[in-house]
Write a protein that binds this ligand. Sequence first.
Ligand code: BES
Ligand code: ZN
Ligand code: ZN
Length: 491
Amino acid sequence: MYLLPSTERPEKLDVSIVIPYTEEQIKNLLSKKKDKTSVEDIIASVISDGDFKGEKDQLLVVHTHGRIKPKHLVLLGIGKQEELTLEVVRKGCALAVQKAKAMKWERFAIITHFEKIKEQEALHAVAEGLLLGNYKFSKYKTEDKTKAVREVIILVKKIDYVKDILAETQIICEATNFVRDMQNENAYVMTTLMIEKIARDVAKEHKLKITVLDEKQLKKIGMNLLLAVGKGSRTPPRLIILEYKGAGTEEATAIIGKGITFDSGGLNLKPTTKIETMRSDMSGAAVVLGTLQAAAQLKLRKNLIGVIPTAENIIGSGAYKPGDVYMSYAGKSVEIGNTDAEGRLILADALAYTEKNLKPARIIDFATLTGAILITFGEYVAGIMGTDKETAKKMYDAGLKTYERVWELPLYEEYMEEVKSDIADLNNIGTGYPNASSISAAAFLSKFVQKTPWMHIDIAGTAWYSKSRYYMPKGGTGYGVRLMIEYLKNS
Ligand code: BES
Ligand code: ZN
Ligand code: ZN
């Protein structure tokens, strides 16, 4: 979708116009006797009957019957002035674009003035609501190809900085939609080798350095946990490393993403109702690709290292088994208590590899790691755990700003006891299971980072929605890109 800034007067445009109104503005409009513009006049006459009060989520399409150039005005309710936030703006704009789509408008215009919200921030939120709300994964629909809206005219008072804000928002939202496409794709298409191909494409297009370790190289250096998880699959594991240099010799931030292309649970097979959405278990990997792509396009002054361990956790005659012991890259032996706790295995090897060979200043990992995080926070908040208090605080702030929120859980020493094994150094399922299993998963990961400040973000609840909510679609949400970019901008 293309966003076109314009200072044109609404009356002059030959497309439908979305106009956001607070409840107060609607009341004022009705009591105002004189000096109404022609647009306000039309609106006043249709709202005097009380059909539109400006309440949140209210949408009313008004036919102008040739009194002005636009055929329709769309009144968008944004609620009470004092409750107006950027999130209300995002949600309202998503409803507006979805309405336009339902009306089969290829273009429309929107007024972007919101009282008491800084113009820059409002514009960013409007663009987010439009670009993210216009997303639909329709690749496999043979009918009902409702066309997405092609262009939205963004009505502003002055043009100067508007273009830059729209361009920036466009980059971030397109990266988010790119992540969504990867999440929603068939598991038999989005294989480890496809993730490698996409990573190579991203690297080529944005001039990033890329290194890919194949199964032979992984074997040679002893990444046996990553290899073990992939043993049942026809598509072999990979470790993919991307590097973006936007800050010369400065130390880098590493972002690691879990890339399980399908999580059947392995021999500890997942039951019906849990297995159906497990093609989304590569969401962390997609977030890494989306973030690096956006960072490169935005020319962020940061050095970033993206690391993706990818494998398929599936049953086959070669599959790894409960009770097996494997030697990790870090040199700690791990008993497989449960083949469904595979995420922490591939991350353990990736964390140790990253710290030892890539030496970043800090590590942040994104992983759809535990069902328990969904039980804890629902689909609204991600869990954050680790050793880097500064990053935790900054991530929390970035979460409030983007509404991709995180909440910290404690990594107390008692949890560390729970990942010990009788026959090996560690067990991949906590002895307290199923109690606190999001935390014991993080406790397991912590054993593979020696001294680098590290935070783990469990996105099992936020990466995938069971139903659509405003600008977040059902299925893959792309959660993480907007959060990471906002964090990087402020770090
Ligand atoms: N990929 C799952 C976690 C998950 C659950 C993601 C629901 C998205 C939605 C992970 O690999 C897993 O299976 N975790 C187990 C761990 C357990 C066996 C210790 C879990 O959370 O049940
Ligand atoms: Zn699993
Ligand atoms: Zn998994």
